[in-house]
Structure formats: C-alpha cells, structure tokens
Design a binder for this molecule. Structure first.
Ligand SMILES: Nc1nc2c(ncn2[C@@H]2O[C@H](COP(=O)(O)OP(=O)(O)OP(=O)(O)O)[C@@H](O)[C@H]2O)c(=O)[nH]1
Ligand SMILES: [Mg+2]
Ligand SMILES: [Zn+2]
Length: 360
C-alpha cells in the first residue's frame, strides 16, 4: 500500500498503533478500513475513499468465533470481504443484557464500540436525570479505561438549568459537564473540541435522552432518525436500533447507539476508585485496612456520612458497585480456575495415553 493512501485514513482516526500492525500482514493487496455500521450479517466500512458493504471472510468467521467486528473497528479488507480485525486501542464494553446470559450465570460481554477518544454520557434534564445513574456510567467508562464527558440535554425545560451542572459536579470530579439544548442549539459549540480531526466519540445514555437529536444539531441536518418520549412512563421508545459511526463536519466522528436499558459491567479496572476518589481517600484513614465501610468501628467513611461530608446515597451506590465488581471478578477467577484444571486434566490424560502406549 502506498504511503499517500494513509493520508485518506487519518480523518477516520488511523493512528500509529494500527499502522504498526501492518508489519505482520504479508498480503499488501489488503486495504485497511473503519467499520462504520454493523447489521445482522453485514458490515459497512469506510476506506477513506468511500463507504461499502462487506461480509466476513469464511476463514475469519471460523477463527473469530464470537468476536465479530464492532463499529469503530479497523479491519483489513479485500473488495467486499473483511479478512482481519486489527487489535483495538480500547473498547466500550458492558455485560450483555438479556435473560439467557443471566441464567447461564457466566454472562457475556457486549462490545458497544471500539477505538474511542471520548464517551458522551448523555442525560436528559427530565425524568431521566439521576446522579446515581451518572455514577454508574462513570464507573463503566473508567473500567474500560476511557474518558467520560457528561452532557446534560434538554436545558430548555428549565428556567435556571445551571444548578444541574453544579449537582453533577459534586459527584463527578474533574469530568467535563456540558449543558445543551437541541431546541435553541445552546451549548453545542462547547462540544466541538471533542470532534476534532480524526477523533471518535460514542454516545451512551438511556433511550429518549436526545442522543440522535444532538447528532443532527451538531451535523446541521437530519442524519439520524429521532423519536418521542412517552408521556406516560417518561422513557424513550428505542428509536435508534443500530450502531453507526457518523463523519461529522467538525472533522471527527460520533457513534450513535440505541439507548442503554441496563448498565451492567464487564471490564474491571479502577472504575469505582476513579468515580469515588474521595471515598477511597477517606478509606485510607479507617482503622481496618480491609474496612467495608458498613459497620466497622473507627470507619472514617461512616464518620464522613454522619458529618454530612458524604451522602448516604452516594456511599450506598459505591458499595453496590464494589460488590457487583467483586462478584464478577470472583466468578471470572473461578472460571479461569476451571479452564486451568481442565487443561491439566487433558495433559494428564495425554501423558497416561503416551505411557500406556510406550511402557517404560
Ligand atoms: N425539549 C427538548 N427536547 C429534546 C431535546 N433533545 C431531544 N429532545 C426530544 O427528545 C426526544 C427523543 O430524542 P432522540 O434524539 O430520539 O433520543 P435518543 O437518545 O436518540 O433515543 P434512542 O434512539 O431511543 O436511544 C425527541 O422527541 C426529541 O425531540 C432538547 O434539547 N430539548
Ligand atoms: Mg437515537
Ligand atoms: Zn471504613
């Protein structure tokens, strides 16, 4: 592939971490492209010259098992076929919802999007507004090692919406918070820095918070369908049903998503610690180093609640997510143990069968 071709790719987010992976690919007739949309059996890709529909090569289908390309992925293509997925820089991943995965107890992961620069946590200033839910999104985003940006939509519903920003700032330290309205386009230009040349943002939030409307306003025309919020339950009707990466006139990209019904975790990192840094700091002063901040004597965190430095609701949310993540991690260790045991069983059987064949 000629060097000048890569220039076409930089506005799609092509970077050295992808370029360096090409060294291991012998076939130089393959062309890198970004996945811009995922449908049941096909993938839309953009190679910098245009968009086309592709399918997976038989070999890749066989190899990748359940790891299919996701929106935002960089893939290698030959005409209308994807032959390889390049290693991802990062992903926004959650535990898959649905009864089947819950019943099996193992859980599954759902990769929402890959190769991201920021995650827009979109909350509507209507019945959707909930500080605890924002804390949950923050934990999800930090667990994935990503950068959160909080966007409060529907500012026009209030006379003085700034107090919502203040409220959010008391629970999200150092996270940018933006107030916008699609009705009068206020606050939209504050989002331009996230949409610079080659940058990728992904929308996360409940249905009906105005994610698609926001994309349309930022774009300057209707590129995504939008829906109504039911007056009865105050929730959106899941208008967006697929994940699509949209090239914005600002120079970057936004991935629109269906509204998230349930924020379940999959990746485990410093999500809770990053979302609740002040609880972690207070916890250093607890008498016991393994204090659970529930009942222990000499618990500095509980004193903080008593003194009004920390709200009970925030502490409760912290504990809840900590428990959930501990459960996920213990379940994962268990299944890792099982895999290891099975591997040893196999090895022992092989040794037995070898020694049965060759008596020493
Ligand atoms: N008043 C007001 N209404 C808004 C604003 N933004 C969006 N809406 C309305 O909220 C409703 C839902 O908007 P959508 O953009 O479809 O919401 P969504 O987040 O994309 O929803 P899903 O695709 O279902 O996840 C529509 O009726 C919009 O007109 C806003 O800033 N102010
Ligand atoms: Mg939508
Ligand atoms: Zn404690």
């Amino acid at each position: 592939m000629k060097d000048h071709h890569f220039k076409h790719l930089s506005h799609l987010g092509w970077a050295s971490c992808f370029q360096s992976q090409l060294k291991n690919i012998d076939d130089n007739s393959l062309i890198p492209a970004r996945v811009t949309g995922v449908r049941r059996n096909s993938f839309f890709i953009n190679d910098g010259k245009g968009e086309r529909t592709t399918t997976l090569s038989g070999k890749l289908q066989h190899e990748c098992g359940s790891t299919y390309p996701v929106v935002g992925d960089w893939v290698m293509t030959r005409q209308t076929v994807i032959t390889r997925i390049l290693s991802r820089k990062n992903t926004l991943t959650r535990g898959a919802s649905g009864m089947r995965s819950r019943k099996s107890g193992e859980g599954r992961e759902q990769i929402i999007a890959a190769n991201l620069d920021s995650v827009f946590i979109v909350t509507g200033l209507d019945r959707d507004f909930n500080l605890r839910r924002i804390e949950r999104y923050l934990t999800l985003v930090y667990n994935c090692g990503l950068n959160p940006v909080i966007i409060l939509t529907k500012a026009d519903l209030h006379q003085a919406p700034e107090h919502f920003v203040n409220q959010v700032e008391t629970i999200a330290f150092g996270v940018p918070v933006h107030l916008v309205s699609a009705l009068d386009n206020s606050g939209l230009s504050d989002l331009t820095p996230y949409l610079g040349h080659g940058r990728t943002c992904v929308m996360a939030g409940s249905s009906g918070t105005g994610k698609s409307t926001l994309i349309n306003r930022l774009y300057g025309k209707t590129v995504q369908a939008t829906g109504e919020v039911s007056a009865h339950v105050g929730k959106g009707t899941h208008t967006t049903t697929s994940r699509d990466l949209i090239l914005m006139p600002q120079g970057g990209m936004i991935i629109d998503n269906p509204g998230i019904r349930e924020i379940s975790f999959w990746d485990i990192d410093q999500g809770v610690e990053s979302t609740f840094p002040e609880i972690e700091t207070l916890g250093d002063e607890c008498r016991f180093s393994d204090c659970t901040h529930t009942h222990e004597p000499g618990c500095r965190v509980l004193t903080a609640v008593q003194d009004g430095e920390l709200t009970e609701a925030r502490l409760e949310n912290y504990r809840k997510m900590k428990r959930e993540l501990e459960y996920i991690s213990s379940r994962r260790n268990k299944s890792a143990d099982r895999v290891e045991k099975e591997r040893w069983k196999e090895v022992t059987m092989k040794i037995k069968s070898i020694s049965a064949k060759k008596p020493f």
